[in-house]
Design a protein around this ligand. Structure first.
Ligand code: ADP
Ligand code: MG
Length: 730
């Protein structure tokens, strides 16, 4: 039985003042004294491994070399010693299946020898590879049932860590998850491949400017938005607990229109949660640094210092897990869904992406020295060109049921991918593009222009908050990623498309150089061509406007408003070429990935439709009928004493109730029929289309009727916690 609305409100009330929170002693300590204490980081490795093993692992991390079984045995022994010194009893391979969440299977260090003695053991083979039962994870049909095995394989580039849950402590080993045949079944392996590919393509280009560069890596700083609600209220809303969003609920009179929540003072209960969460993050080496109120009531944001991309991805996955655990400790629930509430802002996860070198240079930083500007311009223009070519692949990587509610809603970027670069850069690119191609004087003029590039890191280029993809001074910010998503999906696309683009660039420049053109001139000539060709993707105006939709269509930019449509590109040549040329996913993996995404979409809508129906039949309609009866009785009582005039308002209300109940009835019937058609569809794409275009619109119509009823029915009868109660209680 779910908690009734009034019990829930009472339970929440009882929590207020004084809120019994034991913050522990850790919080008053200096962060440096416990930062990373639960991570098998460099120093821990050095302390627990013999020198040759330590150096071999370091080399493997840096150069991607394979580790021998002997070394793995030595590393396992060191890891176990370290873990035991932290009171770990178990170890787990930690991985990121296509569910979007993390998965872990715990095994004890404890084992029995052949003669029955109890020993604690952790071997190299247990470190390197495990075989969880793969059959229960989404595979898109890649595994036939008799080959249901899946393997997790150690990824030494991401450090092992200790997950402490209550008294239990488990050594977690970041792994990739593959089939028996070695195909990726997770988000991590494609990401790692994209990283290696990008590095291979970037180094030769970076070396045109500095021969010292031997290694490059993409960097990611995510910004995680989320909502918090009281646990009792959450439990009284079956839609929140089943689907992560409210399927019903009339917007409160006050929502975010006073604009008083953004950067407002943080409520005490929330503050306690944030501090506790940050402490847990810091122990795990997640460098979270920024916290603030977001635009919508009860919405907040958390951001770290950026890191190398695969570690940043692992940290974000770990963070989402921690957010949920820590919230429960505070009798709160965290909502990571992209659109938990209608009518107010949804949550995104801005992915700040850039490219760094082993020499400590950010390749997207214009820098203060004019000499570095051609390098900056090279990487800058190539990023734009890459997005221009592969915008649809990027769009597919952020497509999922939750994000459909957010993209294109009034506060979030639209589903049309475009790039915002700011006024200064727009002007500069225009001027460069205007020059004639081969004229040496023109080249000199352009180089002159570039050398006078303003300091973009100081200037705030980030004034256009409406763009899905914005240059923000020394990095690009991808704003269309959904708050619940694994960043690895879109980041693998970013890396892959940049890799493809840089390879093409190098080829084009080399062609000119081989014909005798000087390097700077060759680079400029090629960039000039790219600027002209990719102009259509650049947009500086208001992305929320209807004019933009029309203009984008004229420019040939796609506007895939829904997930099934956005995913269609995965079955087309553009995405197939993208994935096979970059090596991010094989053909089989891509097909499977497409199937998994469609399946997940259908399943989510299926759960939503079923949940909605149950709430209607068992909660909303009984309350409405009770009030309907009361009104009817009141009207007939008044009329029986000839007070017809006095029953007018009641009659009007009753009529409105009847209209809405009829709308619900007919909506339910149509939703059922569509639901049935979806289940009998011949293939998953057709099923997704039916859910999207037939089931979902009925859910929306039903919602309109219920939300109107919420404004009529006696508050004492209304069974669902209202928006004002959910959003303004912390
Ligand atoms: P905003 O104005 O969007 O809040 P910030 O400067 O606070 O911008 O940065 C937001 C995020 O961008 C942070 O997580 C930060 O670490 C990250 N970031 C900064 N520089 C880089 C970079 N070179 N690569 C990737 N992420 C970066
Ligand atoms: Mg930002």
């Amino acid at each position: 039985m779910s908690l009734s609305r009034f019990n829930a409100l009472q339970t929440m009330e009882n929590r207020i003042e004084p809120f019994p929170l034991d913050m522990g002693e850790g919080v008053v300590e200096n962060i440096a004294s416990y930062f990373g204490e639960n991570v098998f980081h460099d120093e821990a490795m050095r302390n627990h491994l013999p020198e040759n093993a330590y150096l071999t692992v370091k080399a493997a991390v840096q150069n991607g070399q394979k580790l021998s079984r002997e070394i793995a045995d030595v590393v396992a022994l060191g890891m176990k010693k370290w873990a035991e010194s932290h009171n770990c009893t178990h170890f787990a391979h930690w991985f990121q299946p296509l569910t979007g969440k993390t998965a872990e299977k715990h095994d004890s260090f404890f084992t029995l020898t052949h003669d029955g003695r109890v020993i604690e053991e952790f071997t190299g083979s247990a470190l390197v590879q495990q075989e969880p039962d793969g059959s229960s994870f989404p595979s898109g049909g890649m595994r036939s049932t008799f080959e249901a095995r899946g393997y997790t394989v150690w990824d030494p580039t991401s450090p092992a860590f200790i997950m402490a849950v209550g008294e239990g402590k488990t050594l977690c080993i970041p792994t990739i998850f593959v089939t028996y045949g070695g195909e990726a079944q997770d988000y991590k392996l494609p990401l790692l491949r994209s990283q290696a590919y990008l590095d291979k393509a970037t180094v030769p280009v970076a070396q045109m400017f500095d021969k010292e560069v031997t290694k490059t890596s993409a960097t990611l700083g995510w910004e995680q938005e989320y909502f918090l609600v009281d646990e009792a209220l959450y439990n009284a809303r079956p839609d929140l607990s089943m689907t992560g969003r409210t399927l019903l609920g009339r917007p409160a009179a006050k929502h975010q229109q006073l604009e008083d929540h953004y950067f407002g003072s943080i409520p005490e209960r929330v503050y306690a949660y944030m501090r506790d969460l940050e402490t847990e993050c810091h122990k795990l080496g997640i460098p979270v640094r920024t916290r603030h109120n977001e635009v919508a009531p009860s919405q907040y944001e958390l951001a770290p210092i950026f890191e190398e991309i695969n570690v940043a991805v692992d940290h974000n996955q770990l963070l989402m897990d921690l957010m949920e655990r820590v919230a429960r400790r505070h009798k709160l629930r965290v909502l990571l869904h992209e659109k938990p509430f209608a009518g107010i802002n949804g949550s995104g996860k801005h992915n700040n992406w850039s490219l760094g070198t082993n020499t400590g240079v950010n390749l997207l930083s214009p820098g203060k020295n004019p000499g570095t500007n051609l390098r900056f311009l090279t990487f800058f223009v190539n990023t734009i060109a890459a997005v221009h070519k592969y915008a649809d692949v990027l769009r597919a990587s952020i497509a999922h049921a939750g994000n459909d509610h957010r993209l294109g809603a009034n506060e979030a970027p639209p589903a049309i991918i475009s790039v915002f670069i700011g006024e200064a850069m727009s002007k500069l690119l225009d001027q460069i593009a205007k020059g004639k191609n081969t004229d040496a004087k023109e080249v000199k003029r352009a180089l002159d222009l570039i050398s006078k590039l303003p300091n973009l890191e100081m200037d705030n280029t980030d004034r256009n908050r409406t763009s899905p993809f914005a240059f923000t001074g020394n990095k690009f910010e991808i704003r269309a990623v959904g708050s619940s998503q694994n960043c690895a999906g879109p980041m693998a696309v970013m890396n892959g498309m940049m890799g493809l683009q840089l390879e093409e660039f190098k080829t084009d420049v080399d062609k000119l150089i081989n014909k005798g053109t000087g390097q700077d001139e060759a680079i400029l000539t090629v960039l000039k061509g790219y600027i002209r060709k990719s102009k259509a993707i650049c947009f500086e105006g208001n992305n929320y406007s209807d004019e933009w939709k029309a203009e984008a269509a004229e420019r040939g930019l796609n506007n895939f408003a829904t997930t099934p449509e956005a995913l269609d590109v995965l079955g087309k040549k553009l995405a197939q070429d993208f994935y096979s040329k970059s090596g991010v996913m094989s053909k089989i993996e891509l097909e499977a990935f497409h199937a998994v995404q469609l399946h997940s979409y259908c399943t989510k809508l299926d759960i939503e439709a079923k949940t909605l129906e149950e709430i209607l039949i068992t909660q909303v309609l009984p309350a409405v009928m009770r009030y309907q009866t009361e009104l009817a009785q009141n009207i007939s009582a008044l009329r029986s004493i000839d007070m017809v005039q006095s029953s007018r308002l009641q009659v009007d209300l009753l009529k409105r109730i009847i209209v809405n109940v009829e709308a619900i009835q007919s909506g339910l019937k149509k939703m059922h029929e569509a639901h049935d058609r979806a289940h009998h569809a011949n293939d998953i794409r057709t099923e997704a289309g039916i859910f999207c275009h037939e089931v979902k619109p009925q859910m929306d119509l039903i919602r309109d009727a219920v939300d109107d009823l919420e404004s009529i029915v006696d508050d004492q009868y209304w069974p669902l916690v209202k928006y004002r109660e959910l959003l303004f209680s912390l």
